[in-house]
Ligand binder design. Structure first.
Ligand SMILES: Cc1cc2nc3c(=O)[nH]c(=O)nc-3n(C[C@H](O)[C@H](O)[C@H](O)COP(=O)(O)O)c2cc1C
Length: 188
């Protein structure tokens, strides 16, 4: 059995997916794993939207792009995304067959932390099952968009925290991403 540390270390953000749907039972397992995340005062302030409709995933991507471009223009930090956005028919979810958006209830103090914990549970579980994932933070720019909120019938008190692209992938598509040594500020 593969150890949790091996799963943590072998998970990579996948940006190229096979055109193969994820079965509903598998998606249910991923969401079940997500819900076992710790949360402040056990509030569990998360909600999940599962999108497998290809046309809708494309629409989500297309609608996000003007917001992302605006974000890039307004913040020089994001300038390196500019080139990526110019790719013809760029799909922010990299044509993944499934997108799970984790939203959090804003009335809960730690909702962003809680939902991020759920997202990591989901991505690690996916990785342990041979399913690739990528947290597509750029999609959060769509959070206040009228079309998006109406289309997905989002309650006013939910905000997008973790949009996650998911899908099967080929082993050769695993990028190498190194880590810096951890900055130990101080040992006492
Ligand atoms: C909060 C957050 C937002 C991210 N947003 C994006 C994104 O919009 N697009 C993307 O391709 N990757 C995104 N990523 C993935 C990171 O680029 C990736 O985790 C990082 O480069 C390390 O690579 P690894 O996940 O393969 O270890 C995001 C990751 C996190 C945690």
């Amino acid at each position: 059995m593969i150890s949790i540390v091996d799963v943590i270390k072998s998970r990579r953000s996948i940006r190229k997916y096979l055109d193969k749907p994820i079965p509903k039972e598998t998606i249910d397992k991923l969401i079940d794993a997500a819900k076992w995340a710790p949360s402040g005062m056990n509030e569990q302030p998360w909600g999940f939207i599962v999108v497998q409709d290809k046309a809708l995933i494309k629409e989500l991507s297309d609608c996000s792009i003007p917001y992302i471009n605006k974000m890039i223009e307004e913040n020089p930090k994001f300038i390196r995304y500019k080139k990526r956005m110019k790719v013809k028919d760029f799909n922010i979810f990299y044509h993944a067959p499934c997108v799970i958006i984790i939203l959090g209830r804003v009335d809960v103090f730690f909702y962003q932390n809680d939902c991020a914990m759920a997202a990591q549970n989901l991505m690690l579980t996916a990785s342990s099952m041979g399913i690739g994932s990528c947290w597509v933070g750029m999609m959060s720019t769509l959070d206040k968009d009228k079309w998006f909120r109406e289309k997905f019938q989002l309650p006013d008190n939910y905000r997008v925290v973790a949009p996650i692209a998911l899908g099967y992938f080929e082993n050769k598509d695993i990028p190498v991403v190194e880590r810096r040594p951890p900055e130990i500020l101080k040992y006492f």
